[in-house]
Design a protein. Structure first.
Length: 517
């Protein structure tokens, strides 16, 4: 990966020089490249060559950039302050690009403010930059990369750390693509997409359209010390989005310093959104405050509709692997699917399970949820757990619920309105100690048998990342497993299992996330 970025930066530099020379000889107005060099520049220069660069971010923010312009900061240098850009109008053929030139990345040290803020603009590309703040506990008061009401925005290969709120905040807009981001050591969130509405309007809005977040890492975003009435310390959080995808992302070690006792953070999650897909992601070792709730891997929260979680791995989180939640005042929560995922030893502190349901008694009742072909291995309590609430047409089918410690049941809580059909249940502790298997509740077609899974040791995931989680040998069904070809047929259930094996619609299904025969 480092070699790839190195070659790309070299090619980018030569492409810029060639483009500048070519365009200068024909029509310099159509594309201009501005260079910023804090060590060798001068704001009295014209900035149009690396030999005559501008010096300051303040000067860069005053350039009247037009469609096709590039604004490049000298790689290897640290620029102090904030780059403010507003009402930039690129177009599909000529986006406005904010990036670096030379070898490596330029760094914007924002100290107590934002590093780069772009508002009310369109067709903007930001890439190959690093921004730093003074720290969530050391005086910073803002977000790192702050994007407000932009359309056709691309953010690629950037790093953000040391900000009170989010490493990257995207507020409002549409057609947004965020890739190859490393957001760490921020307060509220690593990557946050939220509505541009305020107050009650924000909580009812789903106007951000077409969001893609891929190949990003959010690590050690512990919590925001000034937010005392709500959650903080999230990895990736999107709200108010219609049509969004989060894939091949990793979120870990977030949330442990949230300063409140109530509802808490999650590794990767969505709320008040429609048509969201979260897939091929890895959420692990996420946490919450000592007396806080949540701290799980993944979550479809209040107001989520018509959305899917699939092919994800969750492990060692203080909260549940997969949260299915609805809070008071949220919009309707309905028609969501969790399939072909794995949860391994989640719910260390909250939920004590792989999949947890919660619906606030004052909320619109949740309905139409389908969880099938998931594999849950848990040593803290249940395979699936229900907190009190209203659950209408919640269906659990073809799942493996394997628990490894003494427990009374595989399914916890009260789940009137939910049904279970043809799941496989097993308790390895009871089996090894000659104790009768725990009670299976309300699953007339249950299989109570050892699934013959390959179970890892607790420390076997240290080298995993989102590109390798779907190649692991663990959690596959070994020969002779009672889960092979004994599941229900499920129409329209996706093309592949967790490992990418093709699913044949006419075949009997395996139980669990592994479909290969």
């Amino acid at each position: 990966m480092k070699t790839y970025f190195k070659m790309r930066n070299i090619l980018l530099f030569f492409w810029c020089i060639i483009s500048l020379n070519t365009l200068s000889s024909c029509n310099n107005v159509e594309r201009r490249i501005f260079y910023i060099d804090t060590q060798n520049g001068d704001d009295s220069n014209n900035g149009l060559s690396s030999g005559q660069p501008f010096k300051s971010l303040e000067k860069a923010g005053k350039i009247e950039l037009i469609a096709g312009d590039w604004l490049l900061l000298k790689a290897g240098q640290t620029f102090s302050g904030t780059l403010l850009l507003d009402s930039l109008l690129g177009n599909n053929d000529k986006p406005i690009v904010i990036s670096t030139y030379g070898k490596g990345r330029a760094v914007i040290n924002a100290h107590d403010s934002s590093a780069l803020k772009i508002s009310h603009s369109r067709f903007i590309t930001v890439k190959n930059l690093e921004c730093k703040g003074s720290g969530r506990l050391n005086g910073n008061t803002s977000n790192g990369f702050d994007f407000i009401d932009n359309t056709n925005l691309i953010v690629d290969s950037v790093e953000a750390s040391g900000f009170l709120y989010s490493g990257i905040r995207i507020k409002g807009g549409r057609n947004i693509r965020v890739t190859n981001v490393f957001a760490h050591d921020n307060g509220f969130c690593g990557i946050h997409v939220t509505s541009d509405k305020t107050g009650n309007d924000e909580s009812k809005d789903k106007s951000i359209r077409n969001v893609y977040i891929g190949y990003c890492v959010t690590d050690n975003n512990p919590g925001c010390p000034v937010i005392t009435d709500n959650h903080s310390g999230n990895g990736i959080l999107i709200g108010g989005v219609t049509s969004g995808t989060i894939e091949y992302c990793e979120s870990m070690r977030n949330g442990w310093d949230m300063p409140r006792k109530g509802n808490g953070p999650v590794g990767i999650w969505a709320y008040q959104s429609d048509s969201i897909t979260i897939q091929h992601c890895y959420a692990h070792h996420n946490a919450t405050s000592p007396e806080g709730k949540d701290g799980g891997g993944f979550d479809f929260d209040g107001g989520v509709t018509n959305s899917v979680m699939q092919y994800n791995l969750s492990s060692f989180n203080e909260g549940p692997g997969y949260g299915i939640f609805q809070y008071a005042d949220a919009l309707e929560w309905c028609n969501n699917v969790v399939r072909y995922n794995i949860s391994f030893h989640d719910g260390i502190k909250n939920g004590q399970c792989g999949i947890l349901m919660w619906c606030d008694p004052a909320a619109i009742p949740m309905k139409d949820f389908y969880a099938y072909n998931n594999t849950v291995v848990n040593k803290y309590g249940y395979g699936v757990n229900f907190l009190p609430g209203n659950y209408d047409n919640f269906v659990f089918e073809n799942n493996i619920f394997l628990v490894t410690e003494p427990t009374r049941e595989f399914t916890g809580g009260v789940f009137t309105g939910a049904s279970f059909d043809r799941n496989l249940y097993w308790n390895t502790y009871h089996d090894q100690n000659g104790i009768a298997q725990p009670t299976v509740r309300l699953d007339a077609n249950a299989i109570v048998a050892n699934p013959l899974l390959s179970i890892p040791e607790d420390d076997s995931f240290e080298s995993l990342n989102p590109q390798t989680i779907n190649t692991i040998s663990f959690f596959k069904l070994n020969a002779g497993s009672p889960a092979i070809n004994t599941g229900n047929k499920i129409a329209g259930s996706g093309r592949n299992d967790y490992w990418g094996n093709l699913i044949i619609e006419t075949d009997n299904r395996n139980i669990g996330a592994h479909e290969e025969k």
